[in-house]
Design a protein around this ligand. Sequence first.
Ligand SMILES: NC(=O)c1ccc[n+]([C@@H]2O[C@H](COP(=O)([O-])OP(=O)(O)OC[C@H]3O[C@@H](n4cnc5c(N)ncnc54)[C@H](O)[C@@H]3O)[C@@H](O)[C@H]2O)c1
Length: 309
Amino acid sequence: MKVLITGVGGFIGSNLAAAHLSQGHQVIGIDNFSTGNHENLKELQGLTLIEGGVIESLGQVSEDVNIAYHFASPASPEKYMALAMNTMEVNTGGTLSLLQFSKRTGARFVFASTSEIYGDPLVSPQTEDYWGNVNPIGPRSVYDEAKRFGETLVAHFQREENVNAGIFRIFNTYGPNMDPFDGRVVSTFIRQALKGEPFTVFGDGSQTRSFCYIDDLVRGIMAMGQSNHPGPINLGNPRENTLLELAKMVTDIVGGSGEIKFLDLPQDDPKKRNPDISKARSILGWEPTVSLEEGIQKTATWMAKNLSA
Ligand SMILES: NC(=O)c1ccc[n+]([C@@H]2O[C@H](COP(=O)([O-])OP(=O)(O)OC[C@H]3O[C@@H](n4cnc5c(N)ncnc54)[C@H](O)[C@@H]3O)[C@@H](O)[C@H]2O)c1
């Protein structure tokens, strides 16, 4: 099979490319390295890399691609707010360009949406038929609303243009190749523990998140790519923890002082995030298998090597 992965230099894109290459598939990747890292690609033998923006680079992609995975987009709040125009463009115009590519070539198109489309949810756990609670003009809306409109485009091309496209919604994922400095909580806590620095917790730390290890997520993404299901399908780990519980777990596994510095809660920060994964279980036969403890250990081992390098 030949697959296209946009955002291949990022955390998820590089892990997805590695999994495809290890199974003998051909991989073409596009990345402008706005948040990605060439280091993530250094062991990927056989990858065809096109360096540039998604919209500008698509013309260089051969038309015999079987699956196009759209992962290009900043993903951490810090980065997507700093790169707001790029975030809005790549999730709307970029998604449109890829849908037109899929219509022309017949490639299956898979859109990486996010739990952020549920906003600060009023129901928990979140099922795919929940429409969300999003502030359309808040600082996070550059990401949330761009992803929501990306989903709208996909649904339109499914309905009106007969494109074989699928949407899945990723909940917090962590693991090797994540930027330790982009503000996401698991990598931040592990980095702080390794450096003996206090954990920075926004709010009182009682907000919950669910954390999925990257290897589990990649299995789910590949299952979605190889199915013809339109989605949306949630992919994430339904185990829910408060940030204070996560901090304690990281201290127990990685070490560090365990000290916590509380900071103001950012605007529109969700209080709860927990996926209902019944659809992923029944349609894709998928569920996560890596425990949070094991995932923290593996990520810390990678990060310790990486930070010292
Ligand atoms: N990691 C998560 O927990 C999570 C959760 C929900 C959704 N997602 C989605 O998964 C995708 C990947 O997330 P990630 O965590 O790997 O983020 P990341 O920032 O590590 O990777 C994103 C990649 O996209 C590239 N990129 C950004 N804009 C581009 C453009 N215009 N043209 C070409 N390349 C561009 C970046 O350089 C980077 O390599 C994103 O679409 C994100 O919204 C991730």
